[in-house]
Structure formats: structure tokens, C-alpha cells
Design a protein around this ligand. Sequence first.
Ligand code: PEP
Length: 270
Amino acid sequence: MARKFFVGGNFKIRKQEGLHDPTPERHAEKNHNTHRNGTSASVKSIVENLNNATLDPSVEVVISPPALYLILTRELLKGEIGVAAQNVFDKPNGAFTGEISVSQLIDSKIDWTILGHSERRTILGESDTTVASKTAYAIANGLSVMWCCGESLEEREADKTVEVVTKQLDALKAEISDWSKIVIAYEPIWAIGTGKVATTQQAQDVHAAIRNWLKTAVSDKAADETRILYGGSVNEKNCGELSKQPDIDGFLVGGASLKPAFVDIINCQQ
Ligand code: PEP
């Protein structure tokens, strides 16, 4: 079965760069916000850019703004582009100060979430088990998930990449049986935000190992149908070669998703 190419944009809590501001008002608004990260003005500007762009209709696109701007983004963004949270809690609504629940996302028409991003694993201390539990809860309650995995530089240099990714996948498998709402994002930590992209061969090798794991640990169907994205310093220059690899079904893009060139990444197969 042909897997639909998928491009996700993870804004983190950063501002956009280099977008054309069509009106003097917007220009003033942007200048006002220039030194602040992830403002409503910057999110509006990115959304406007995407709304006006001609995007390859054969590509599924989902963007992930900071939580405070999810509703604004959903209201302004054209319907064919999905919106994702960057994190979600794994308990129903209740006394959980500071968290956002799955049902609140669904109520706000947000259909996706990123989970297990390496920044949450390393900075916020989320374990393989926590990420798996959140993923299971999100899927069981109606969200689709961009589930992230990947190794540190130390682990790669110790030749432990596949071992680390397999351990992350095993923890996920212990919690879920429905793989139809999961997109796997392989994001080597050493490539995220560093400008140091994995070579096409490095990325393809790990993607093939993940697909092989799906085949042996889950099913032929999951191996055939699950999209495996590459993330880590993807830009408009390197996306073309990466996209030609047989097991790369799209990208999770950080920094470049804030720039007009995100459109070139979405359209990289044309
Ligand atoms: C990310 O944050 O998921 C990511 C891949 O970032 P960047 O593209 O900036 O490396």
C-alpha cells in the first residue's frame, strides 16, 4: 500500500523568520514582536503564508504551534492542514494543574499531538514508559500521534542507535495495539536544531530497521502502512534526496517550519 507522504511542522515555542509581511500594519506588529518568541503575530504570519501557498495535494501536512495558539491556529488555518499539540496528558479531566487533556484538544478541534519529542524526554524527564502511556491514552481517546524516537550522539558513536530506538519502540508496543493512528518520527537528537542532518544513508538505515521491527514485532500491515518520518535539521535543500529513500515517508520539521521554505519542503516531491 502506498503511504501518503507526511510533513509535520514543530514550532516549539519559537518565532518565525523571514516571512514576508504583506501590510504595513502587520509589519509594525511584527517589529513590535521581533524579539519575542512564538507570539500570536508570528503564528498568524506562518498560517497566512501556508493558507496562501499552493501545496502538493498528495501530502498530508500537520503543524504544531505552542499550546496557547492551538485554537487561534485551527480557526485561521485552511481545513486541509491539520493542527497538533506538542504534548498532552494521559489522564482524563481532573485535578491536574497545568496539564492539557486529550478531551480538551478534541473539544478544540485539535486532532493530533506530538509525543516523546527528545526535548521532552531529555529536558522534562519523560521516560519511554511515560511517553508510551501518553500515546496509548491519546490514541484510545481519539487523537492521532506523531511519536518521536531517536538516539543521542553518544549512543550513535557507541553503535547503539538501533538498540535505543528498539527499546523505545518496545515500550510503546507494551501499551498499544492500534498502530493506525501513529506516525513514527525518527529524530536523532544530535541532528535536532544543530544544522547537522543525518546522511540519507544513515536515515534510511534506521528507517529500514524501524520498519523491520514493525514487521516482526507488530504485523506486516503495520510495517506496510505506518509512516516513518525523518526529523533533524531538514531544510529545503536536503529534503529532496531524503524523500527519495524507500523508507522515508515524510519529515518532522522544526526550525524550517517557521520559514517560508517550509512550503518547499512540503512540495519536495513535485
Ligand atoms: C524538531 O524539533 O522536531 C526538529 C526536527 O527540529 P529541527 O528541524 O530544527 O532540527
